[in-house]
Design a protein around this ligand. Structure first.
Ligand SMILES: [Fe+2]
Ligand SMILES: [Fe+2]
Length: 392
C-alpha cells in the first residue's frame, strides 16, 4: 500500500486541506492519505487552541466520512506533549507496515525549515518528502531530496475561519457540511447558534429534500411556494431572504405525521415550546412545533427566529417576531392559496413592520371567520395575537 501522511493542527480542517490531500493522492497515485492532527505542533507552540484535541479529531473524521481513500490517526493526540514528526513516522511504519516508504506531505510554507526539524535526517531515511504548494514557490530549491507537487492552492486558512466564526461572518462554504455540523453542535470557536443566520446551501437543500420526502406533491408545492413568498417578503422587510426560504420550506415538515408521532417528537429534549390544552387535545395543531424540534434535532438549526417562525405558523403567538409574522403571512397568502388577490398584493407592497401587522391582522381575521364557520375551537394564542395587533 502506498501511504501518504498529512499532519497539521486541523483547527478546524477545511476544504483546502481536503483539496491538497486529493491533489497529492492523484499526482503520486497513493492508495491512502492518513491525516494526523498534532497534539501540539512544534511550529505553533504559542497558539492557544480553544477546542480540544478530540474536537479536532472528530471534525477530521466528519470531513472524510464515507471516503476510504482517507484515514485519521490520532497517534500524536494519544502521545500528548509536543508532536514530533520523526516519532509519528516511526509509529506509522510499525503499525501500517506500508509496502514502500510512506510519503510525508509538507507545504512549501514550512519546507525551507525542514532541515531544522527534529532528526530530519532520520525522517529522510524513513519517508519520501513531497512538497506541495501552500504558497507558490516553484523556483525555490530545497537542500534535501523531495518530490515537488504542482498543485493548485485553495486560499483558505483555519485562522481565517476561526476569526469569521467568532465575528459571525460567512464561513460555512469553507468547510465540508459535516464539519459545519460539528462546529455548530458543539458551538466551537465562539459560534453562537442562536444568533447565526448564515445557512449553507447544502443545509437548506437537505431540509428541502426531507420536506419532499415527508410530504405529498401538493403539500410540498405549498411548502416551496411558502418558501418563495417568505423569501420575497424578507427582501421587502430587510431580513436575510434565505432565512425566510429556510423557515418556509421547513414549516410543514411534520404536517403529514399523525398525532402520536407528533407528541413523541415533542417529548424530545430539543423541544423548547410549551404545549397548550387545546394542542394536547388536537396534536395536529402541533405540527409547527414538531417541525421546529426536527430542525434542531436533525438539521442543526438553532437560530431562535427560524425555530419560532416554524413553531408559531399554525396558531400564532403574541410573542411573534418579524420572521414569524412573515412565515404566518406567507403560509396563508402563497400563490397556490385561494385567497383574495388584494390581500396577496397587499402582502407584497409593505416594507415596515406596521405594514406587516396590518396584513397579519387581515389574514388572522379571515382565519378566525373560517374556523368559526367550521365550529372549530379558537386557540388562546391566536386570539391574544389578534388582540395585540389590534392594540397597535
Ligand atoms: Fe402548517
Ligand atoms: Fe403551511
Amino acid at each position: 500500500m502506498k501511504l501518504g501522511i498529512l499532519g497539521g493542527s486541523f483547527n478546524p480542517v477545511h476544504l483546502g486541506h481536503l483539496f491538497l490531500a486529493d491533489n497529492v493522492l492523484s499526482a503520486l497515485k497513493l492508495d491512502r492519505v492518513v491525516f494526523i492532527p498534532a497534539y501540539r505542533s512544534p511550529f505553533k507552540l504559542d497558539d492557544i487552541i480553544t477546542v480540544t484535541a478530540n474536537d479536532r479529531v472528530d471534525m477530521l473524521c466528519a470531513a472524510i466520512a464515507a471516503d476510504a481513500r482517507y484515514a485519521v490517526d490520532n497517534c500524536e493526540v494519544r502521545r500528548e506533549g509536543v508532536s514530533y514528526t520523526v516519532n509519528t513516522i516511526e509509529d506509522i511504519l510499525l503499525r501500517y507496515n506500508p509496502s514502500e516508504k510512506p510519503v510525508l506531505i509538507i507545504g512549501d510554507d514550512v519546507a525551507p525549515d525542514f532541515p531544522k526539524w527534529r532528526e530530519s535526517d532520520k525522517i529522510l531515511q524513513l519517508a519520501q518528502i513531497a512538497v506541495a504548494h501552500r504558497i507558490n514557490s516553484s523556483a525555490v530549491k530545497y537542500p534535501f531530496p523531495c518530490i515537488r507537487i504542482d498543485n493548485k492552492v485553495m486560499d483558505i486558512s483555519s485562522q481565517d475561519i476561526r476569526q469569521k466564526i467568532k465575528d459571525g461572518s460567512s464561513w460555512r462554504s469553507l468547510v465540508p457540511p459535516e464539519v459545519c455540523a460539528v462546529i455548530e453542535d458543539r458551538q466551537l470557536y465562539g459560534y453562537n447558534h442562536e444568533q447565526s443566520n448564515d445557512f449553507s446551501q447544502v443545509q437548506i437543500q437537505r431540509i428541502e429534500a426531507a420536506a419532499r420526502d415527508a410530504l405529498n406533491t401538493e403539500r410540498f408545492l405549498h411548502s416551496r411556494n411558502t418558501a418563495i413568498a417568505a423569501y420575497d417578503l424578507c427582501l421587502n422587510y430587510g431580513l436575510n431572504p434565505m432565512t425566510g426560504y429556510l423557515a418556509g420550506i421547513a414549516h410543514d415538515l411534520a404536517k403529514q405525521l399523525d398525532g402520536k408521532q407528533i407528541l413523541k417528537i415533542l417529548k424530545s429534549k430539543n423541544n423548547i415550546f410549551k404545549i397548550s390544552a387545546l394542542e394536547n387535545e388536537k396534536p395536529n395543531l402541533l405540527h409547527g412545533k414538531a417541525a421546529a424540534v426536527l430542525l434542531r434535532e436533525h438539521f442543526c438549526i438553532h437560530n431562535k427566529d427560524v425555530l419560532e417562525a416554524v413553531a408559531f405558523h399554525t396558531l400564532g403567538s403574541e410573542n411573534m417576531g418579524l420572521l414569524a409574522k412573515i412565515i404566518y403571512v406567507a403560509d396563508k397568502t402563497e400563490i397556490s392559496r385561494n385567497i383574495d388577490p388584494a390581500l396577496r398584493k397587499m402582502s407584497l407592497m409593505g416594507s415596515k413592520e406596521s405594514d406587516l401587522d396590518s396584513i397579519l391582522y387581515a389574514v388572522l381575521e379571515k382565519t378566525i371567520v373560517k374556523l368559526k364557520s367550521k365550529e372549530l375551537d379558537l386557540s388562546k394564542d391566536t386570539l391574544m395575537l389578534l388582540e395585540k395587533i389590534k392594540q397597535k
